[in-house]
Design a protein around this ligand. Structure first.
Ligand code: URA
Length: 322
């Protein structure tokens, strides 16, 4: 353990290790659930040396993981989830990284393109927060051609099947493909409603044949083939942090309490704190959690990278294979 002025506060370390928000970590400390080098610690001011001290919570070792950030060019035909009960291919099958990363948001089964993955919950939640209005640009191929009226409707916002109008979108016809029976459109939105682009196209009477996210917060798949991934570069990360309104994983304008709460999503914090985010002494054998917006980390090893799948029209039906 360290002197009062040195090291990392125990509750901060626990939050960085993904065990609990700082507030909940404090509660766990005062309840006597936390040991440092085998000794129960109940004092909230306790500081530790993360490199040397061994912290255990309810008997399990806590390890603070460094944050990592990746961009995957998601291919068609896989689900944006850590593990699929139906045993379909998942985006995690394309990544070969040690850290327990998870996707920022979701692309549908047959949507391809930019997907970011990280273990930095604050950045992910910031990027997905509706208030941040992070821009996502798609290229969408539809059955039939777009009319000027279609474009006006999309630009102004269109009422979807749930009766809620979309925010105005930026739209532009793009020259992709040679068919005079299918239209291609570039559309930029900042909302993240379920199957939003599909539903927008359906609302103007067009079936989606192909959907590709060409940009997320300004990051593109340039140089990354479908099914391949790369780590983000420092300037890209800086850009994402600005877009998310966070500085080094901490929300810029949030108060202390809000920052602590952001470390772990609301639902079931304390239960998870005890069981799922605390790693066992040897290996990682626990079942990771699933939660609302920022999905559970993955502990599975990926399968080898594969060749680009043959592209076929999607011809999706509403509600199928998201
Ligand atoms: N809109 C959709 O319809 N699907 C996606 O995967 C992303 C946006």
């Amino acid at each position: 353990m360290k002197k009062p002025s040195e090291g990392t506060r125990l509750q901060k370390f626990m939050s960085q290790a993904g065990i609990a928000s700082r507030r909940h970590a404090e509660e766990m400390i005062t309840r006597g659930e936390v040991r440092v080098n085998g000794q129960v610690v109940t004092e909230l001011g306790t500081r530790i040396d993360p490199a040397r001290d061994k912290v255990t919570v309810s008997g399990k070792r806590a390890i603070a993981e460094r944050h990592v950030y990746f961009l995957l060019n998601k291919p068609r035909g896989c689900v944006t989830t850590r593990s699929d009960p139906e045993k379909r291919k998942t985006v995690m099958d394309f990544l070969n990284v040690d850290e327990r990363i998870y996707p920022i948001g979701r692309l549908d089964f047959n949507t391809e393109g930019v997907l970011l993955l990280t273990n930095d919950g604050a950045l992910a939640n910031g990027l997905m927060h509706p208030k941040r209005e992070v821009k996502k640009t798609y290229h969408v191929k539809v059955h039939g051609l777009f009319t000027p009226d279609d474009l006006v409707k999309l630009k102004e916002g269109i009422t979807l099947d749930d009766g809620i109008k979309t925010a105005p979108a930026e739209v532009m016809l793009v020259a992709r493909g040679t068919s005079d029976r299918n239209g291609w459109l570039q559309i930029t939105i900042h909302e993240g409603r379920n199957r939003q682009v599909h539903r927008m196209m359906e609302a103007i009477g067009h079936e989606v044949l192909r959907l590709e996210r060409v940009s997320y917060a300004g990051l593109t798949t340039e140089g990354v083939a479908p099914g391949k991934f790369r780590p983000l570069l420092p300037p890209e990360l800086a850009k994402l942090r600005r877009a998310a309104g966070v500085a080094q994983g901490v929300p810029e304008r949030a108060g202390k309490k809000a920052r602590a709460e952001q470390a772990i999503p609301e639902r079931g914090r304390s239960e998870r704190a005890k069981s799922e985010r605390t790693r066992p002494e040897r290996g990682r054998t626990e079942r990771p959690r699933e939660h609302g917006r920022f999905e559970a980390p993955n502990t599975e090893r990926p399968r080898p990278e594969r060749a680009r799948p043959e592209r076929r029209p999607e011809r999706s039906k509403p509600g199928r294979r998201r």
